[in-house]
Every structure is written in C-alpha cells, then in structure tokens.
Design a protein around this ligand. Structure first.
Ligand code: NAP
Length: 291
C-alpha cells in the first residue's frame, strides 16, 4: 500500500517526509505549490497538480489542512481520484459532524474514511511520534494501521466515525487548561524575579511537569512564539468544542470560554499565527508595574 498526503503545512510536511523515509509515499499535493517544491522527496514521488491526481496515485490518502471548510474543499476536489478500496484519513482537527459528513461523501465513490486527528505537536510529527485517535470501521482501521504507524507512534481505534474527533476535543480542552496554567505560573515566576530557566527545569522534573512546559517554557520566557501550533487553529478547535458541549453541559466550560476570550484578544492584536504559548504575552501584562 502507498500513501499520499494532501496539505503540507507544519504537520503534513513531516507526515509526508516520514512516509517517504519509510519508502511508502506515492504523491503529495499542496494548495501553494512552492511549499511542495521546497520539500525534498526521493525520486518517484509525484508532486500532483490536483488533489484528485494525488488520490488516484495512492491507496491511502492523508489530509492535513486547517478548518472544516478546508477539509470539505479538498475532499470535493479529491473525489474524481477516489475509487473502491481507497482509504482517506483526515488528520486535521475538525468537528465530529464534519467527520460523519466526510464519511458519507467518500462513500459516494465507494472509498473508506477514518477520522484520524493527532496530538504531539510539530515535534511529534517530525519524529513520527504522534498520538493518533481514530474513528471509523474496525476492518478499515486494520487495513490502514500499518501505514498510519509510519507517522504516529500510538495509533488507537476509538470507535465509530467521529470518535477520533471527539477524543481530540478532550485533548484540546486539556491543552487549553495546560496553556492557561503554564503561562500564568511562568509569568508569576518572572514577576518574582526568579531564574526562569532553572524554574522550568526543576518544576518540569516534578509533579507539575508536562509536555507544554518542557517544549514551550524556555522559548516563551525568551519572548519567542514561533509556530508550533497557531493560536488561530486552537481557537478554531475550542469553538468546535463549545458547539459540541452546548447541548450536553449544564454550564459553559470555563477553561474553553476563558481561553477563547484570551485567544480573541491575541488575534485582535495580530498574534493569531503565533504559537499558542503567545498567551504568555497576556499573562505577563497582568504583572506590569503600576497595574
Ligand atoms: P498550517 O501549518 O497552517 O498548514 C495548513 C495547511 O493546510 C497548509 O498546507 C495549507 O495550504 C492547507 N490549507 C488550508 N486551507 C486549505 C484549503 N482551503 N485548500 C487546500 N489547502 C488548504 O497548519 P498545521 O499546524 O499543519 O495544522 C493542520 C491541521 O492539523 C489543523 O487542523 C490543526 O488544527 C491540526 N493540528 C495541528 C497541530 C500543530 O501542532 N500544529 C497539532 C495537531 C493537530 P497552503 O500552504 O496553501 O496555505
């Protein structure tokens, strides 16, 4: 089986490179062709002219684009290249409803679909160390798993279509809370006049240690917020979660609501394309002298 990748952004580019290293990459497509040209693939990998061309060359097609509307756009463009037996695996973070609609859309070409959102950041994508939460038919998952294992270290079948995205929503609520806690705590530490690199090392080795602190702590205190995971993308995820929770929860999810408000301020100030650790900008403001 050969893989294709559609969407060569921060995450998708590494997925494609890892498939290529494993010798299973057939084709790639990116909306902005220069991004595909800039990546070095081995000979024989097709830089397709259209999503349909990439799909026609591949047995399993990974999509990794930004938002729900973008996934539908590439899905519709891919349809002529799909046929029975092909599997589309969407690794974008979108809503559970979108996953179900995509499954129905691909069925019109008798192709199979798995929702396969991932966690582990750009570092995880680069090292093929992602956690992947998969929704869809168990037999299709069995066929896809060997290829998915080339880009993710922990590939887990969560249940029927949409279960992967529901699990990813759980992850994104936690990521928001961790971002709030880490940025607030580090801003407080800086206001205390502590050596922040030492703080990050010692706290990171204790009970409060976590991925975000160890991967983003030192860069954020140095004032660097290079993406990473963009503020605007996490904002998109939290809006999806707010809609998913609306009919089920007695009161609004406070971590989600607070983080959405903070991200909206950051986006308003022009920081939407920075890493989510840019929340540190707002937390530091709280400790400015005279406020
Ligand atoms: P990114 O760096 O902004 O890349 C986005 C990619 O999507 C680019 O290749 C872009 O093409 C393509 N794209 C966007 N809209 C499109 C459209 N309408 N048609 C065709 N292509 C389109 O984003 P990313 O960080 O890789 O994230 C991709 C997805 O993974 C998102 O759903 C995100 O929530 C999820 N995710 C991200 C992370 C992370 O740490 N970054 C972790 C887990 C999951 P162009 O090059 O033409 O703009």
């Amino acid at each position: 089986m050969k893989a294709g990748v559609i969407g060569l952004g921060a995450m998708g580019a590494h997925m494609a490179l890892n498939f290529d290293r494993a010798g299973v990459l057939a084709a790639v497509w990116n909306r902005t062709p220069a991004r595909a040209q800039a990546l070095e693939f081995s000979g024989g990998v097709l830089r397709a002219g259209t999503p349909a061309e990439a799909a026609a060359k591949s047995d399993l097609i990974v999509t990794c684009v930004s938002r729900d509307a973008d996934v539908f756009e590439v899905a519709r463009a891919m349809l002529p290249g799909l046929s029975a037996g092909k599997i589309v695996c969407d690794t974008s973070t979108v809503s559970r409803d979108t996953a179900c609609e995509l499954s129905a859309l691909y069925k019109t070409r008798r192709a199979d679909f798995l929702d396969c959102p991932v966690s582990g950041g750009v570092e995880g994508a680069r090292k093929a160390a992602l956690a992947m939460m998969v929704g869809g038919d168990a037999a299709v998952f069995g066929r896809a798993r060997p290829l998915l294992s080339k880009i993710a270290a922990n590939v887990v079948h969560m249940g029927p279509t949409g279960s992967g995205q529901a699990t990813k929503a759980v992850n994104q609520i936690m990521a928001a809370g961790i971002n709030q806690a880490v940025t607030e705590a580090l801003a407080f530490g800086e206001a205390m006049g502590l050596d922040m690199n030492k703080v990050i090392d010692v706290v990171g080795s204790g009970a409060a240690g976590n991925w975000f602190l160890s991967h983003r702590g030192k860069t954020m205190v140095a004032g660097s917020y290079a993406p990473g995971f963009k503020v605007a993308l996490h904002h998109k995820d939290l809006e999806i979660i707010q809609r998913m929770a609306r009919d089920r929860s007695r009161w609004p999810l406070s971590v989600v609501a607070n983080t959405l408000a903070d991200y909206e301020q950051l986006m308003h100030e022009g920081h939407g394309d920075e890493d989510i650790s840019a929340l540190y900008r707002l937390k530091k403001e709280n400790f400015k002298p005279g406020t």
